[in-house]
Design a protein around this ligand. Structure first.
Ligand SMILES: NC(=O)C1=CN([C@@H]2O[C@H](COP(=O)(O)OP(=O)(O)OC[C@H]3O[C@@H](n4cnc5c(N)ncnc54)[C@H](OP(=O)(O)O)[C@@H]3O)[C@@H](O)[C@H]2O)C=CC1
Ligand SMILES: C[C@H]1O[C@H](OP(=O)(O)OP(=O)(O)OC[C@H]2O[C@@H](n3cnc4c(=O)[nH]c(N)nc43)[C@H](O)[C@@H]2O)[C@@H](O)[C@@H](O)C1=O
Length: 348
């Protein structure tokens, strides 16, 4: 990518989009185009077409999506399928129509079957039944991979797809219900610690309520007390976590160094051209909860709420292809959790 090229980062205020803008800026790319959700609703086909016609970006990072944790995915099933299909169809099709030189589509490792071999290689795609809690989201992401692959094969575009593992970092979503496990547990343990120290004013500030009496039902609903914090599920599922700035660096690396020709292989049937992005290292949810508990300094107990879903038992990425393409993660989980907790404390 030439440094002066016009680059559109879709979803630039989100966890990954904001890190991609930072990574591009640090490398000297200075013609970055962005739109907030309010300025451009990417589910609106006409508005998206007008944007591409007016701006004519040369490169596109597609990091805009409807995103959430296990309960959000399982509850808003129609939204996760419909909104993600619309966003990616609009952006990928308009990129083709307006001659975008290269596009990067962000999927997710939930595209793999729930019983995929571990670590999961790219060619495990479409070999079995998906995990139920995120099936609609996964189907949208699989359609995105196939859309990129098919435009490349039919129209000779250069649209790549990356499948990131679970991500965390600055600008993460800390919603107690809809977020992913890592930010959720940081906030829950932090609130429990404040409770144990009697810091009710700080709890009200965190929960944005005017009186402690209004905070109490929220704390109760999410199983947060001075003595314990509720962890959803059994604690036995294993997850792999990647720092969002590492994810962004991997995205820029792939856009700079990789083309569809490099990943298409020499078979007549072109499949599985997407690239996993992860660390290749996982941890159980119980171990993650213990790590967050000690980082936050909460002294109480962990209580496992088995009425909540576990989701996939294990989702470890095979990162051989990524390593062959010359990229490896730099931030380990212990360091990342400390960074994120400090960022959370400063943000409030
Ligand atoms: N977080 C994770 O653990 C993982 C994420 N991914 C994938 O990475 C990508 C980025 O995710 P992440 O950064 O976490 O998500 P965030 O929720 O943090 O950010 C999503 C961004 O998309 C924008 N957006 C959502 N809907 C629309 C819309 N209709 N029109 C325009 N913009 C919209 C939001 O804009 P605004 O801020 O203006 O509302 C926001 O900036 C997604 O494709 C996701 O599926 C994959 C695996 C794991
Ligand atoms: C990125 C990824 O994210 C989602 O899949 P997930 O990995 O299951 O995501 P999660 O982070 O929400 O949960 C991980 C594990 O952690 C447990 N857990 C414990 N306590 C809390 C808790 O307090 N909050 C949350 N969210 N989970 C908790 C939870 O029960 C589960 O066992 C999908 O969107 C999927 O589509 C996707 O791509």
């Amino acid at each position: 990518m030439p440094k002066e090229a016009k680059i559109y980062v879709a979803g630039h205020r989100g966890l990954v989009g904001s890190a991609i803008v930072k990574a591009l800026t640090a490398k000297g790319y200075h013609h970055i185009v962005t739109r907030t959700h309010e300025e451009l609703d990417l589910t609106d086909t006409l508005a998206t077409a007008t944007f591409f016609k007016t701006e004519q970006p040369a490169y596109v990072f597609l990091a805009a999506a409807k995103v959430g944790g296990i309960i959000a995915n399982n509850t808003y099933r129609a939204d996760f399928l419909y909104l993600n299909l619309m966003i990616q169809n609009n952006v990928i099709h308009q990129s083709y129509k307006h001659g975008v030189k290269k596009l990067l589509f962000l999927g997710s490792t939930c595209i793999y079957p729930k019983n995929a071999p571990q670590p999961m290689p790219e060619d495990a795609l479409l070999t079995g039944t998906l995990e139920y809690t995120n099936e609609p989201y996964a189907i949208a992401k699989i359609a995105g991979i196939k859309l990129c692959e098919s435009y490349n094969l039919q129209y000779e575009t250069d649209f790549l797809s990356v499948m990131p593992t679970n991500l965390y970092g600055y600008n993460d979503n800390f919603d107690l219900e809809k977020s992913h496990v890592l930010p959720a547990l940081i906030r829950k343990m932090h609130l429990a610690k404040l409770l144990s120290e009697g810091k009710n004013d700080e709890i009200c500030k965190d929960l944005e309520v005017s009186a402690f009496a209004k905070a109490q039902p929220i704390l109760k609903k999410f199983g947060i007390s001075a003595e314990s914090v509720e962890i959803w599920g059994t604690g036995s599922p294993r997850r792999e976590f990647l720092w969002s700035q590492d994810m962004a660096d991997a995205c820029v690396h792939i856009m700079e160094k990789t083309s569809f020709d490099q990943v298409r292989g020499d078979s007549d049937e072109v499949r599985n051209t997407h690239i996993n992005i992860g660390t290749g290292i996982d941890i159980s949810i119980k171990e993650l909860a213990m790590l967050i508990k000690s980082t936050v300094g909460f002294k109480g107990k962990l209580v496992f709420d088995t009425s909540k879903p576990d989701g996939t038992a294990r989702k470890l990425t095979n990162v051989d292809k990524l390593h062959e393409l010359g990229w490896k993660h730099t931030v380990n989980l212990e360091e990342g959790v400390v960074n994120l907790y400090n960022w959370y404390l400063k943000k409030k």
